[in-house]
Design a protein around this ligand. Structure first.
Ligand code: FES
Ligand SMILES: [Fe+2]
Length: 345
């Protein structure tokens, strides 16, 4: 079961220059994304109404998309405007289209009732094209329920164990010692914490305080700042959010999206980088390698976890740790939105 009245990240915007069509799957729905020659973005059912060939194998012709199999041609609203061999457009030849938007480097598709699509519901992220940020991006496919990936992203205590030598090591650990402050939001959770007296580099002598702060919003959008400050900053702030006049040593930023493709599969699109500084190519490469190694650790663990969940009755009660608060609250948000949709229909 998925929340349908929601914007889902379908792809990186830069994968879709004018004239290009690609295929994606969201909530078991095949979707063709294409950009017309004039720059309009279209999300259309990736299923030709004739013999169900994927339209993502077709070609963009000006403002239209032509199916490569037998040549039906569609306008941006999914109406068939040309059918080879006949003057008459056949009945049942319309392809469904979806509301689509572009923001912060991503293409977003609204999976629910079109009249409810509201761009104000798109969570704000950073932007790969914004010169304040230097980021590298990637995409991973998971054979696992997207909610297991969301659990993982809402509970960073696992950095100390699963990522002990990668992400945990890079921030010198301490993520599991004290649970973060978690605040419920209308469509997600806000998670923040100070990590005090952490070595600025693994094994280093210089100590820093780290402020980690992020929103996690439906369906699975993480927008996170990890900011390094001189030692003592956390206490000076009384463990509250750092004020604007506190000068950071370094700002890391992360923007991630979990998009379910089906019941037990999802795509994970991510960008990681720095704000307000241009790191050397070597520093960028080092950061990206750590992130990629950590994400491989996550995938191995979560896909293995999925296999055990598949063998376990849903009624089985699980142990609860203080660090489970954010994943628990986030699952409640998803359940509430699902409930609202089911009761409205
Ligand atoms: S399957 Fe598309 S035109 Fe035949
Ligand atoms: Fe992780």
């Amino acid at each position: 079961m998925f929340v349908r009245n929601c914007w889902y990240v379908a792809a990186w915007s830069h994968l879709l220059p004018a004239g290009v069509v690609i295929g994606r799957q969201i909530l078991d729905e095949p979707i063709a994304l294409y950009r017309t020659e004039s720059g309009a973005l279209v999300a259309m059912e990736d299923r030709c109404p004739h013999r169900l060939a994927p339209l993502s194998l077709g070609c963009v012709q000006g403002e239209h998309l032509q199916c490569r199999y037998h040549g039906l041609t569609f306008d941006t609203a999914g109406n068939c405007i040309d059918a080879p061999g006949t003057e008459k457009i056949p009945p049942r030849s319309t392809a469904r289209t979806f509301p689509v938007a572009e923001r912060d480097g991503w293409v977003w598709v609204w999976a629910g009732a079109p009249h409810l699509a509201n761009e104000a519901l798109i969570p704000r992220g950073f932007d790969l094209g914004d010169p304040r940020f230097t980021m590298r991006h990637g995409e991973i496919r998971y054979e696992a329920d997207y909610q297991l990936v969301n659990d993982n992203l809402c509970d960073l205590s696992h950095l100390d164990f699963l990522h002990e030598t990668t992400l945990g090591g890079a921030t010198s650990g301490g993520w599991s010692v004290q649970p973060p402050r978690v605040t419920p939001l209308e469509r997600g959770v806000h998670i923040e914490r100070w990590l005090r007296d952490r070595p600025s580099s693994p094994g280093g002598n210089e100590l820093t305080d780290i402020w980690s702060c992020y929103d996690f919003s439906v369906p699975g959008i993480l927008v996170m700042r990890t900011t390094f400050y001189p030692r003592g900053s956390a206490d000076r702030c009384g463990l509250a959010a750092p004020s604007d006049d506190l000068v950071p040593l370094l700002r890391r930023v992360d923007q991630q999206a979990v998009t379910p493709t089906g019941e037990n599969s999802c795509n994970y699109l991510f960008a990681a980088g720095f704000e307000g500084t241009t790191p050397s190519p070597k520093a960028m490469e080092r950061m990206y390698k750590i992130v990629m190694d950590a994400f491989a650790e996550d995938r191995t663990m979560i896909e293995a976890q999925q296999r055990i969940w598949d063998l376990t009755p849903a009624s089985r009660k699980k142990a609860f740790l203080p660090s489970d608060k954010a994943p628990h609250l986030f699952r409640k948000v998803v359940a509430r939105l699902l409930d609202r949709e089911l009761n409205a229909s």
